[in-house]
Design a protein. Sequence first.
Length: 643
Amino acid sequence: MRLFPRIFQAGLSLLVLLFALPVARAQKAPIQITADLSDVPRKLLHADVDLPVTPGPLALTTPKWIPGTHMPSGPVEEITGVVFTANGQTIAWRRDDVDLYQFHLTIPAGVSTLHAHLDCIVTSRISQKLAAFEWESLLLYPANTPVRDIPIQPSVKVPAGWGIGTALTPVSSGAYPVPAPGAVTQFAVTNVEQLQDSPILTGEYFHEFPLAPEISPKHYIDVVSDQPEDSNLRPVVLASLSNLVRETDALYGSHHYHVYHFLLTLSDVAGGGGLEHGQSSDNGVGEKGFADDAHELRESDLLPHEFTHSWNGKYRRPVGLYQPDFATPQQGALLWVYEGMTQYLGNVLAARAGFETQEQYRDRLATTAAILDYTPGRVWRSTEDTAVAASVVRFYTPWMNWRRGQDYYQEGQLLWLDADTLIRKLTQNQKSLNDFEKIFLGKGGNTGPLIVPYDFNELVQDLNAVAPYDWATFLHDRIDKINPHADLAGIGQGGYKLVYKDKPSATQRTMAMMPGARFGGRDCWFSIGLSVGGDGSISDVRWSGPADKANLAPGEKIIAVNGQIFSAEKLHAAIKAAKGNSEPIHLIVQADSFVSMIDIDYHAGERFPVLERVEGTPDYLDDTTKPLTTPEKAPAEEKKPEE
Ligand SMILES: [Zn+2]
């Protein structure tokens, strides 16, 4: 945060640009790093690193706090085979006693280049046929130095015949995107900050597609898959992606990259999710993740979300989340902007670009709002605390709804919907959050990759520039305070209300069919308060709900319902049958090695959230998802015969 004191807010963005240039580049020879990915199928990566050094003590480090994960997730425990040599001699090292990411060496007289070899054991984002390689697995560089001041030149070697997708600039001819067997692909000199932000996608079944060719700078999606047919994306997906590029161009009015590459793996074993970068994003979905409309619906906001991070998160970053190195802890207090606003914009852009319909957007929003409204942990923990504690609440735990998780994502989604519809209401729909984004994310105009920190006051100032209001109180009330109920005001201002019906929406039915759906297993959550799998396993129990009052616990398994062996259908039939009478739902439940009889005293029937239009009110909610550009239509797909 010391790098950009108030200069930016004073509008001197040119100074910021000048500061951003890696000044050390001209003075120091770059580190040379060659990442050898030929052993990807065995889940081993290798690197040879040549570092310019001077005689005397030297501390080298690997990255610890990884941007975008908001955690100390650098894989130091998986780094192995570390050997240092210089002038043909092995040089001894000792790990730092406190900072376990650091290696201490003494460089002998007469040595100007230190060679390091290291390997990394990698278990995620990797399969027999592909890898999404993040450089923190193999990076080694001088400790206690701002990472953007360390010049480095990367090269990469991949298995024969595999393609390469990356935002790095290739400088070796004929070695990109599909290098000749054994060839090493060299990239232009960059700095350690940018290299960590520039992953390499590689795979046997590789496709690179240009997107929205009329938009400058250039955008591509690089796709690798475990099965040969999957990486050849359907025309309808490519059309939505080109629409996404046009929609973001129209929404943000600026960009902060020289080129943008969506990197996508399609694999059932390589793991998934998304990790944002300034000029690319690392996205992983299942093998068939984009193979048909139903699978695509589940992933609809993934690519829009990660793309939006190039503006919100990468270019504009909360002061506490931007540190000059990867050793200083990142502070998450403003993650409800970094992630929360991205969650809102990613979903809005998914609908605008055609990854989902307006109705599907509303159905998914209803599920999100209902889950937050039925998160009992909100009576003790604020949304801000879920952000401050982001690095320790990231992973799933039983009783998650009582502890809370990374709720700042979805809380932020509702908050920014509230702000968007409020601006529309205050300005008779003349202005919207679109105007705020242009100001907040577009300061400085078009730039290359750059990080410009902000604080709470700047948010308030930019919101006031769009529509004068007491935005500081608006934000504090929703973020810092304990709110027993979710922020449903945006839905109301948008012309809808959250209601519960006795049948799931078409979107919920489609999502529930997808294995591992993000909000799957919630079909009994708003009724008896159970998240239960198809085999009867209870993954969570809603705190103070009917199942909690009946003493059920996460980890238990329902064996029988009303005297019959468990199935999801039998459980739903029992919830329906108990409606309006006094007979409880009878269960036989296994807990560890014991079995017991449990009665749930619940009689209000099935409950599925949906948004219902309030007639006679302005329909701002649907205005938020209208495209800003003319959407490209893909050629109609051949209908497959019904099976
Ligand atoms: Zn994100």
